[in-house]
Design a binder for this molecule. Structure first.
Ligand code: SF4
Ligand code: SF4
Length: 198
């Protein structure tokens, strides 16, 4: 299956994704402020959480960020990504859920902050997703769950409209190709080491 897309379509869709990411950041900031959640000084860095990512459009945008880095820094991240993939394989072989620091994390700071993926942007606050499978609830990060225990009035953020827009961009990128875009199902490290179509 060909995963290459016309340059003009890629540019258009990635520009729209930048706007969507800005809207996600605004929604997250408002929800975090309402919950009293701040990442400043957090001892539980969530960048060790094991996530898989699902869209081609976010994969392309991640590479846009990586391509803009100085060569030496990008190579350092790619080396860490190879170590991450090996570490995940070993953890899975032991029957464990991997907890390995993201290869893009530099002492608590995200190396591709402007190009980080949706899950990195929305993870902390409690949120819900409303769809064909009903309402799915996500409790947010550990510190936010503790805030919610102390304050049951904290409302979950509805990320459904944001996710719908992301799905729409995935379809726009896909264009008139037959079928539907494949689900990516890769860790961030695996996405770093390949590009769509490779
Ligand atoms: S999202 Fe939560 S766990 Fe992650 S750094 Fe912020 S406060 Fe800490
Ligand atoms: S991409 Fe950035 S925010 Fe996301 S897990 Fe990695 S370091 Fe953390």
């Amino acid at each position: 299956m060909s995963l290459s897309f016309p340059a003009s379509r890629r540019r258009t869709v990635l520009a729209k994704l930048a706007t969507l990411y800005a809207d996600m950041d605004a929604a997250y900031t408002a929800a975090a402020a309402a919950a009293g959640l701040s990442c400043a000084g957090c001892a539980e860095n969530c960048c060790v959480s094991f996530f898989q990512h699902h869209t081609l459009v976010e994969w392309l945008y991640l590479h846009k960020g990586l391509d803009a880095l100085p060569d030496e820094r990008r190579e350092r991240y790619l080396e860490r990504a190879r170590e991450y993939v090996a570490g995940v394989r070993e953890a899975v072989a032991r029957g464990e859920t991997p907890r390995i620091m993201c290869p893009l994390n530099d002492e608590g700071l995200c190396g591709v902050y402007d190009h980080r993926l949706m899950i990195c942007r929305l993870h902390g606050v409690p949120n819900v997703l409303i769809g064909g499978m009903g309402v799915r609830e996500f409790p947010g990060c550990g510190p936010c769950q503790r805030l919610a225990e102390a304050n049951p009035n904290i409302k979950a953020m509805d990320r459904t409209p944001l996710l719908r827009r992301l799905a729409g961009l995935e379809m726009e990128l896909w264009g008139g190709k037959a079928g539907r875009p494949p689900k990516v199902d890769m860790t961030l490290a695996e996405m770093m080491l390949r590009r769509p179509g490779e």
